[in-house]
Structure formats: C-alpha cells, structure tokens
Unconditional design. Structure first.
Length: 373
C-alpha cells in the first residue's frame, strides 16, 4: 500500500500545488480555491486567481462558490434526516409527498430517486435530450439551461412534475438532475419549509457552516462570492461573466467556501446532525440495494453508479484506499470533492473559471500527496 501521509508535514506540498496553478497563468484571471484536509484540519488551503475581475479581488479560502452537483449530498442528507425522525420512509412513493405529480404508471419510491434508479430522465441534456420538446424559451425555441433563458422556480417545478419516466424503474442507473429537483419538493412538502430553510436549520447552522446555503433566489447579495467567468470568444485572455439566472435547487444550488466545507467533510467522522448518531452516516453510505434489501442483480448492474453510488456520493478505490467523491459544474463553476475515510484525508477544489476543471486539479493534488509527483 502506498504511503498515506507522504507530504503531511512537508513544505513541498504547497510548493507543488502552487506549481499546478503557475502552469495555468491565472494571475489576472479567474481560478480556484483548494483545501487539503488531514486528521480534521487543513494541511493546506489557498486561493488562486481572481474571484472578481472588475475589482481585482483574489480567490481565498473564504471565497464562496457555487458547487453544482456536490449540492446533491446536502439534499440527500436532508432526506436522510427526515427518514431518521420518521417523517418519511425511503420506500414511500414519490406521489405520497407530491400529490400533483404525474402518474408514472410504475411504482417509484424515494430510494429509486436518491440513487438515480427511478427511470426518470434528465432535463438539461442538449445533444441527446431525454425530454425533447418539453422545455421552451420565450420565442418557442428549445430552452437553453444556464443563463440564456429564464423560468421562475414555480414554472420549472411545475414542468418537472409533468415529465414521465423514460424507462422502467430499476432498469439501470441513469443520472437524473430532475429527480433531485423533485426531492426538493418532497422536503418542502414534508417539512413545511423550503429546501433552503430546511437545510439552513438542520444542516448548515448545526455544523457552523454560516456562509453556506441553497441559493433559491439568485438575485440575493452573496458576501465574498467568487463570480463565474467564461472565456470571451475571439478575444484571447478576456472573460465574460457566466452566472445562472435560474434559482431552482435540489440537484444543485449550494454556495459554500473551502473554510465552511471542512465542517461538512468532518461530519462524516463525527456526526452532529439529527440525533448525532453515526447511524445517519452509515445510511449515507448505503447504495440502492442496501437500502431496499434487494440482492444486487448482476444482469442489470452494467454501470458504475448502480452499486457504487450512495446518497450522492460515488465510492471507488484510489491509491489503495476506499474513496468517496463527487463532481459539480454549472455555468462557469466547477467543483470536486474526494474523501478517503480510512486515513481521514480529503481534497476539495472549487473553481470559477470554466476552462479549469476542478477534478483535474484534485487529481493532481492527490498524485502529489500519494506519490510525490
């Protein structure tokens, strides 16, 4: 097994991470913030590039980024908390909590949706859409997700509730942002609070994540926000602001910082949420089959996520250790989170430059840490 703490006390770690970003030439460009966590504390954290180009504000561990689909972990935790206090059961049907939901003609329960095993498609694919001719913009064209077209939250969720299954449940793993959007409605209808309010009360405040929230109103002022930027086509070295004008949450929508995120990371080791029991964390590490009590059917287990996806976390082995991870991206933001529970080691990176893929940065940092290269 490779060394698990090769650079834990070595000043070469920050130098080598600095070198990753030096190669990107981002002194006057948007960049990223990174955090490397070992045994409950940062062994390195820093910001690279600019959070705001207009005012030359630098990225830092305090900078607040949109983290895309990493947000699903917080939605999944909200569902797990409702199950822990007996407000719901994972085997309950979606219709039980969303009465005006379309009749799927098949039983679809919360467990199906949490683990992308429901048969629901995804709403945002453009090249090969799961739901062609269902989302339109103001002039009747195909809706463009991101910042070009607009729908209110009410309009988006109303459409979500009309979309049918694209396959029979349990046919195969099929990643569905739509499903997690519907889970936000379940949380709202059961708790009587919006997902933003529920997560603030039950997750962010208990963990002291005071700069983190589900942004269901993108017009709000966000202190220390890192704005998202994309390259300006035809103008080398120039950028344009690329921020979403959509406020729907559940599949995404969390804003957070490196300094806040360590509190989420460490809660997987010592749970402070709900009843403060480690059983809640054990629930978050169970896949579809473990929750349902079904035997894993190898005939349909033909995609990685079926058995290695648990409550918005992928599990695999990396550098000889078990690893939980997930990526996130929306408009110009990308993020990646990688946690090694056996050695209490994690790397999280959040970026506000569309040209930088946070996963690539995390992969390089992990290589430095585990191999020195």
């Amino acid at each position: 097994m490779l060394s698990s703490n090769l650079f834990a006390d070595d000043n070469q770690l920050p130098q080598k991470i600095d070198a990753i970003f030096a190669d990107m030439n981002i002194n006057e460009a948007p960049g990223c913030s990174v955090g490397v966590i070992k045994d409950g504390a940062f062994i390195y954290r820093a910001g690279y590039g600019l959070a705001n180009l207009e005012h030359s504000i630098k990225n830092s561990p305090e900078s607040v980024f949109r983290i895309g689909s990493i947000s699903k972990q917080f939605t999944a935790m909200a569902i797990a908390l409702l199950e822990e206090n007996n407000s719901i059961s994972f085997e309950d049907s979606m219709q039980k909590y969303i009465p005006d939901l379309i009749d799927y003609k098949e039983p679809v329960n919360l467990n199906h949706v949490i683990h992308h095993f429901s048969g629901l498609g995804d709403y945002e694919y453009s090249d090969y859409p799961d739901y062609p001719n269902r989302f339109f913009n103001a002039v009747g064209g195909e809706f463009r997700w991101g910042n070009e077209d607009y729908m209110s939250n009410e309009e988006i969720y109303t459409l979500f509730k009309t979309l049918p299954l694209i396959m029979k449940p349990e046919t195969k793993y099929w990643y569905s942002n739509l499903g997690y959007g519907l889970l936000s409605l379940v949380i709202e209808n059961v708790s009587g609070m919006s997902l933003r309010e529920y997560a603030d009360k039950e997750i962010f405040k208990p963990l002291g994540m005071n700069d983190s929230f589900f942004n269901d109103n993108v017009n709000l002022v966000v202190k220390n926000r890192a704005d998202g930027y994309s390259p300006r086509e035809g103008y080398p070295s120039e950028f344009v602001i690329n921020m979403t004008n959509l406020s729907n949450v559940g599949d995404g929508g969390v804003y957070t910082s490196i300094n806040d995120f360590i509190k989420w990371d460490q809660n997987f080791y010592k749970n402070q949420l709900g009843e403060s029991s480690h059983e809640l964390i054990e629930t978050m590490e169970k896949n579809f089959f473990q929750i349902s009590g079904q035997e894993n059917n190898s005939e349909v287990n033909n995609q990685r996520g079926i058995s290695s996806y648990a409550f918005a976390q992928y599990i695999d082995e990396k550098y000889g250790h078990k690893r939980w991870s997930h990526s996130g991206s929306w408009v110009a933001y990308t993020a990646y989170y990688s946690r090694f529970p056996e050695i209490n080691f994690s790397v999280v990176t959040m970026c506000n430059n569309e040209m930088i893929h946070a996963k690539d940065v995390v992969d390089k940092i992990m290589s430095i840490y585990f191999t020195g290269e």
